[in-house]
Design a protein around this ligand. Structure first.
Ligand code: AMP
Length: 278
């Protein structure tokens, strides 16, 4: 496995691969089984698998956890090496934003970025598209894999790729969970064992709502109220809870198959997001 920090050296490596098929998995490191599932799936789609590890400052708000975000490069590289990843790209901030984070070109996906996570984290999707487009241009993948855990992000990236005529196939991978149902996340490291159990109420309540949908309840308010009733028994503070159309991300009053129930909340200052497909 080759590890590149310099864009220049990475680009030379990329040139040597010529027209090989390349699957790309962008990450912020602190790798868990969710990330590793993306890598395993990536191998099914292409001859070469390239992973990036970069904690992108532009997607964090001023009072968010950029400084304390877990950084575990050595063990991340061991995990990727064990999966026979071909190359890992670990650029620095000055590589990615040579003109400074605020002065660098911005890509905005309107409407989709303004909802849900975009309301409580107005900088977030601007930072995501800013970095993902740069990584795409450097890596030039055939296909890129993203987790459905960040469902809004996945839809925004799909839209950016279509709108800008990028020749990259975007694939979404279902959420990998802990045994208790909690969606795996690098931020789960901030939680105690008891808090992780409490946080698993999110999935349990989403799952119960899906069961209610499967047995005939389609009124969004009824489904959401049942979820809210579970969550209110915990110390999780809900940021948003909605049942949405998967493409427009607009809220629906009557749930139908393929809609998503999406939820974000905080548990003792740790942001948790999750969703389930109906
Ligand atoms: P991050 O390092 O948090 O930026 O995540 C990198 C990629 O891994 C993103 O595409 C995430 O959606 C994906 N991801 C994170 N957690 C999970 C999970 N539990 N299951 C599936 N994919 C995930």
């Amino acid at each position: 496995m080759q590890v590149f920090q310099s864009i220049q050296e990475f680009k030379e490596y990329r040139k040597s691969l010529m027209s090989e098929t390349i699957a790309f998995v962008p990450t912020m490191g602190a790798l868990h089984d969710g990330h590793l599932e993306l890598v395993k799936q990536a191998k099914k789609y292409a001859n070469y698998v390239i992973v990036s590890i970069y904690v992108n400052p532009t997607q964090f708000g001023i009072n968010e956890d950029l400084d304390k975000y877990p950084r575990t490069l050595e063990s991340d590289l061991e995990k990727l090496n064990a999966l026979n990843v071909n190359a890992v790209f670990t650029p620095s901030n000055t590589d990615i934003y040579p003109n400074g984070v605020d002065e660098s070109t911005l890509v905005i996906v309107p409407t989709l970025s303004e909802k849900w996570c975009g309301l409580s984290r107005p900088q977030f999707f601007k930072g995501i598209t800013k970095v993902v487009l740069r990584l795409f241009n450097i890596v030039q993948p055939t296909i890129a894999l993203f987790g459905e855990k960040d469902f809004q992000q996945l839809q925004i990236i799909k839209r950016m790729v279509t709108d800008l005529f990028l020749d990259i196939r975007i694939v979404g991978i279902p959420i990998i969970r802990e045994k208790n149902g909690l969606a795996m996340s690098s931020r789960n490291q901030y939680l105690t064992t008891e808090q992780k159990d409490e946080a698993s109420t999110i999935f349990k309540s989403l799952h119960a709502a899906k069961n209610a949908f499967d047995t005939g309840t389609t009124d969004s308010n009824i489904l959401k109220n049942a979820i809210r009733a579970h969550i209110e028994k915990t110390s999780i503070i809900i940021d948003y809870l909605a049942i949405i159309d998967p493409l427009t991300l607009e809220e629906v009053n009557i749930a139908s198959t393929d809609c998503r129930i999406i939820l974000a909340g905080t548990l003792s200052a740790t942001r948790l997001i999750d969703n389930i497909k109906l």
